[in-house]
Design a protein around this ligand. Structure first.
Ligand code: TRP
Length: 371
């Protein structure tokens, strides 16, 4: 069995929300606590965030600590996981430059994440949002290559991410294969680790819209107070056809039930709603009619509170010593840099650019000119 190395990261463009939590964070904590891996790295992808926020560096700077607190509060443990900030590891940029030779413009244009983000982002001179089109900055265009550097620098075998990141992992695998084919076996192929539950793969916003997103204002953040969470749950989109309690209700597209799919376990019924044994029974009653939305929302609120109360408490503790949180990131950076340097040394050796670490080369050249 090859050793397991786990790696993942998030862009610091805002606080993390419960979509991030069920999509990936919860998974990471479970992996961390289950053990059986060699190393685990989780980083704040500030350099990547700058590829489409280059004109707003203060936003990225402010959100470093937000994401770090989110990490620590969900239970990522700096004694088990190396937490660090991407831009502090110069080896990642260096690898990116070498990998650029292995990827075509056409291939990047086909990357679905780049494609949709090209269509979504960008501002014209008047500050109106518009597609980048051919005004797309090269840095943004190349960020899948930089992501391949992030992953391969640590020889990651498993990358726990949300579904939207799958194309990035595929791109990384292609780069690894090209590199190894051209320069000899050096890099390790990663695989994406995704949640198995469909509700967790893509948790909708509280308005029932496809995805939780800051710009739509439909997020429940990890750092939300119990009060704020209750308000958001109570105003959640349910089933517009379920007008009277006695009406039959619909489950599909009903945000409360999608959230229950993501968070509810059978034991929650024992604790909070013993009228039912499991979610299937609750759904059946709702579909038949005679069950009101508010009752379901209260149940969801209790479940979310149980899940997020310890997270809020841990966050409060870490907030008391912010310098210590930065110190965790700085120390993690040292560990990460050493690991990335080891890979970079191998890469440079494979690419035949390790001139000064290669006595044989210098001797060989000396002979060439003297013999
Ligand atoms: N693209 C990820 C995001 O948008 C962040 C990221 C950067 C990442 N590099 C990575 C994730 C490497 C996993 C592995 O949040």
């Amino acid at each position: 069995m090859p050793e397991r190395i786990i790696l993942t990261g998030d862009r610091p463009t805002g606080r993390l929300h419960i979509g991030h939590y069920v999509g990936s964070l919860r998974n990471r904590v479970a992996i961390q606590n289950a053990g059986g891996y060699e190393k685990m790295f989780i980083f704040i992808a500030d350099a990547q965030a700058l590829t489409d926020n280059f004109d707003n560096p203060e936003k990225v700077r402010q959100n470093i600590i937000e994401v770090a607190l989110d990490y620590l509060s969900v239970g990522l443990d700096p004694s088990k996981v190396t937490l660090f900030i991407q831009s502090q590891i110069p080896q990642l940029t260096e690898l990116t430059f070498y990998y650029m030779n292995l990827v075509t413009v056409a291939r990047l244009q086909r990357n679905p994440t780049v494609k949709t983000e090209i269509a979504l982002r960008g501002f014209n001179a008047e500050g109106e949002e518009q597609a980048f089109g051919s005004g797309l900055p090269v840095g943004f265009f190349c960020y899948p290559i930089s992501q391949a550097a992030d992953i391969t620098a640590f020889k990651a075998t498993e990358v726990p991410v949300g579904e939207d990141q799958k194309p990035m992992i595929e791109q990384t695998v292609e780069i690894v294969r090209s590199f190894n084919r051209i320069y000899g076996e050096t890099l390790v192929e990663p695989r994406a680790v995704l949640p198995t539950n469909a509700a967790c793969l893509r948790l909708p916003g509280t308005d029932g819209k496809a995805k939780m997103s800051k710009s739509l204002g439909n997020c429940i953040y990890l750092a939300e107070s119990a009060d704020e969470m209750r308000k958001k749950i109570m105003s959640m989109y349910t089933d517009p056809l379920h007008i009277n309690v006695s009406d039959p209700g619909h489950i599909e597209g009903n945000t409360v039930f999608t959230y229950l799919d993501a968070f509810c376990r059978d034991e929650h019924f024992g604790r909070y709603w013993p009228d039912y044994a499991n979610l299937d029974e609750l759904k059946a009653h709702y579909q038949k009619g005679g069950l009101g939305d508010v009752k379901c929302k209260r149940f969801l609120e209790k479940i979310l509170n149980e899940e997020f109360e310890p997270i809020r408490a841990r966050r409060k503790e870490y907030e008391k010593d912010i310098p210590a949180v930065y110190e965790i990131l700085r120390k993690g950076g040292e560990v990460a840099e050493a690991a990335a340097q080891a890979t970079l040394d191998e890469v440079k050796k494979s690419m035949r650019i390790n001139y000064f670490n290669d006595k044989g080369l210098i001797e060989e050249q000396a002979r060439r000119f003297t013999e």
